[in-house]
Design a protein. Structure first.
Length: 95
């Protein structure tokens, strides 16, 4: 059992071989990454709060099509936030 590695450990080994390990980030980069993650999480929470009443109203009116549409819009907005977060994190990592 001591020779087995988790998928995470294997991925970290590959990253270190390519020089992309977490240890290669400066303190400033780590702080910037944390701020990006915090902002993204806050935006996701905001989207969830904004869409929740709309979803509940659609469910209360038994309009399944409207529920699906609103949930799709919510997922789209969250995906845009995550994509932006990824781009920002990559920009910080590439500095």
């Amino acid at each position: 059992m001591s020779g087995l590695k988790s998928a995470f450990d294997l991925a970290m080994d590959r990253m270190q071989q390519r020089g992309e390990g977490l240890s290669s980030l400066t303190g400033e980069q780590k702080a910037a990454m944390a701020e990006i993650a915090r902002r993204a999480q806050a935006k996701v929470a905001e989207i969830e709060i904004l869409f929740q009443p709309k979803i509940e109203a659609a469910r209360a009116s038994n309009d399944a099509e409207k529920v699906v549409t609103i949930e799709a819009q919510q997922r789209f907005e969250i995906a845009k936030i995550r994509e932006r977060e990824t781009r920002e994190r990559e920009a910080v990592r590439d500095k």
